[in-house]
Design a protein around this ligand. Structure first.
Ligand code: G3P
Length: 215
């Protein structure tokens, strides 16, 4: 499973890139606001740090305006993936981007049928929001499992990008459900490295070895 970092904070991206574990970046308007950057400005910096797919979301809600905004973002760099909301207008815009070989990420996916529509129209990625479904009393990971079956049934090449990840447990479950990608916030990415028994084991090895050198 590929790991993307879900942030617009350039310092977080720099650190995670240095760990050598990230394959791409996803951003959204809320993450841009949190980082205090405009999408254009942040994206231009992120492409110099990560050589992989970088999702940049449009603000427009009407298909023609989405196309115009997305085209301008796609012109920045070939690694830019245009993130569109899974609305009727988003799907119309998706058709245009697919027919012009521009990569897309259909976001705010909450049902298998929405994922099916996006795959039929040639989306590069779809982003089911696991955490937000859990927050609303559903079992978010079941959505990934159902979309996996549908995409495999019809050999869709659209990649499943598990989003709204809230815990290391979500990452593990997304991998078990054969999600193609998980986009993970900085803190949770960092948590993936650690296990108390690893730390304890390292400490024991070092202490044992010191006994030889002390002789
Ligand atoms: O990038 C989209 C998604 O990961 C948002 O997550 O935590 O705002 O539901 P969250």
């Amino acid at each position: 499973m590929e790991l993307f970092i879900d942030t617009a904070d350039v310092e977080e991206i720099r650190k995670a890139a240095d760990w050598g574990i990230i394959d791409g970046v996803t951003t959204n308007p809320s993450l841009m606001a949190k980082a205090g950057r405009t999408t254009r400005d942040a994206i231009a910096e992120i492409i110099s740090i990560v050589d992989g797919p970088i999702s940049a979301e449009v603000i427009a809600t009407e298909s023609k305006a989405m196309i115009e905004e997305g085209r301008a973002l796609a012109d920045i760099h070939p690694n830019i993936v245009i993130k569109l909301p899974l609305t009727m207008d988003g799907i119309k815009a998706l058709k245009w981007f697919s027919s012009h070989d521009i990569k897309t990420n259909l976001t705010l996916v909450f049902s298998p049928n929405q994922a099916l529509l996006a795959a039929k129209c040639g989306a590069t990625y779809i982003s089911p929001f696991i955490g937000r479904l859990d927050d609303n009393g559903h079992h978010g990971m079941a959505l990934i499992e159902e979309i996996r079956v549908i995409f495999d049934n019809y050999n869709f090449s659209t990649k499943i990008l598990a989003a709204s990840i809230r815990s290391p447990q979500h990452v593990r479950e997304a991998a078990l459900a054969a999600s193609d990608v998980a986009t993970v916030p900085f803190k949770i990415l960092k948590d993936l490295f650690f296990h108390p028994l690893t730390d304890k084991g390292v400490e024991t090895f070092l202490n044992d070895y010191k006994k030889i050198t002390a002789k």
